[in-house]
Design a protein around this ligand. Structure first.
Ligand code: PMP
Ligand code: GLN
Length: 388
């Protein structure tokens, strides 16, 4: 799905398009139901939206401070303490970013030397690979194996080299919906400590957990001092277009990340920073609703896809379901997803884009359930023609 771009530097060949934008464009062009890109089809709470309007009308429309408005940095620090017992100084241990996307990019660009290795779990979210490449670093992957998406500790050990700089962990995990267990995180922590590695965690789905509990890697003893914890407001409050994210880490790590961030966007989204600060300040009020409202839609989509004949793996977190398309007679998820809009008027994501291993991801397809119930029901109705 990627093309060669003549002017693009060699590190970034192969990253010319993001699959999510490409498939959303296909959904629009074919008037299909979009179960591809993960964004809700209803806005988050009206009060939070109103807070953004209020901030805009109150004149919060110029550059905010480089590290983010104090209200939001305080709110992020309070959130980490309230939910996880983690202490961060809002002055120099919290950085506001343009979504988690910028936090990931700035962190990898800041921490890696050219030629370093970055360890990540496969399947991996697309930006980790692209940003590792931008940094001139190399990725080393540890496979997550179906059906439980567990990993073999020997694979993690084998991925570590003398050039390993950091381990990237995404929990809850996109695309699988895996929520890493405390035991798994303790094992990753032991590996980081033993090899003196940094860790970068992407926790944007921290409040979208249906089974188990979200454990930040930084809360495991010995990890706070070596971990950059990244999250964002997009998933928690259902405002993915606002692009307010943050990173929490000890001051020297945040100073490094901020050095890059200030030359990527410098700052962004002043009125949205105010609205997100107020949303976080409301504590559990908004964050507990989001998983409750998604759980039944997860069940609807998993059961519906299962009834059609897909081998669907029920996720513990995030808002994606992965299916194997082979029980329906298909071999390749890319071919399947290219056929789907015309045949059924539905768009999904071929999971091979999250894999280096061409075989492991080939039969897998990712579907999102962060859509209204009636939209999921309509999509499942349309998919009935595939039932054998
Ligand atoms: N990390 C993961 C795992 C994601 O799924 C996404 C997609 N939203 C992001 C990061 C990007 O988050 P943001 O929209 O806050 O940049
Ligand atoms: N995180 C969203 C997904 O996985 C997409 C965000 C994006 O388009 N970069 O579907």
């Amino acid at each position: 799905m990627t093309t060669r771009a003549p002017y693009l530097n060699s590190r970034l060949q192969g990253y010319t398009t993001t699959i999510f934008a490409e498939m959303s464009a296909l959904a629009v062009a074919t008037k299909s139901i979009n179960l591809g890109q993960g964004f809700p089809d209803t806005d988050g709470p009206a009060e939070i939206r109103q807070w953004a309007v209020d901030a805009l009308l109150a004149g919060h429309n110029q550059y905010p401070p480089g590290k983010g408005i104090p209200e939001l940095r305080n709110a992020v620090a309070d959130h980490q303490r309230h939910f996880y017992g983690l202490e961060y100084d809002p002055e120099d241990e919290v950085l506001v970013t343009a979504g988690a996307t910028e936090a990931v990019a700035a962190t990898l660009l800041a921490l890696c030397e050219v030629g370093d290795d970055v360890v990540m779990f496969e399947p991996f979210y697309d930006s980790y690979a692209a940003c590792t490449a931008m940094a001139g670093a190399n990725r080393r992957v540890v496979p997550l194996r179906r059906p439980g998406w567990s990993f073999d500790p020997a694979d993690l050990e084998a991925a570590i080299t003398p050039r390993t700089r950091l381990v990237m962990v995404n929990t809850p995990h996109n695309p699988t919906g895996k929520v890493f267990t405390r035991e798994e995180l303790e094992l990753i922590a032991r590996t980081c400590i033993e090899h003196d590695l940094l860790a970068v965690t992407d926790e944007v789905y921290e409040h979208l957990v249906y089974e188990g509990e979200h454990v930040p890697l930084a809360s495991i003893p010995g990890m706070r001092e070596r971990t950059v914890t990244i999250s964002s407001a997009g998933k928690t409050f259902s405002f993915t277009g606002w692009k307010i994210g943050w990173a929490c880490a000890p001051a020297p790590l945040i100073a490094a990340v901020r050095t890059v961030k200030q030359f990527l966007t410098y700052v962004s989204g002043t009125p949205f920073q105010y609205a997100v600060a107020s949303a976080l300040d409301a504590g559990e009020r908004y964050v507990s609703n989001v998983a409750d409202s998604l759980r039944s839609r997860r069940d609807l989509l998993c059961e519906g896809l299962g009834a059609i004949g897909f081998d669907a793996i029920r996720p513990s977190g995030a808002y994606f379901v992965t299916t194997d398309v082979r029980p329906l007679g298909y071999e390749d998820g890319v071919d399947f997803c290219m056929m789907l809009p015309e045949r059924c008027g539905v768009v999904a994501i071929p999971s091979s884009v999250f894999y280096d291993d061409p075989e492991a991801g080939r039969p897998l397809v990712r579907w999102t359930f962060c859509k209204r119930r009636e939209v999921l029901e309509e999509a499942l109705g349309r998919l009935q023609v595939l039932a054998r």
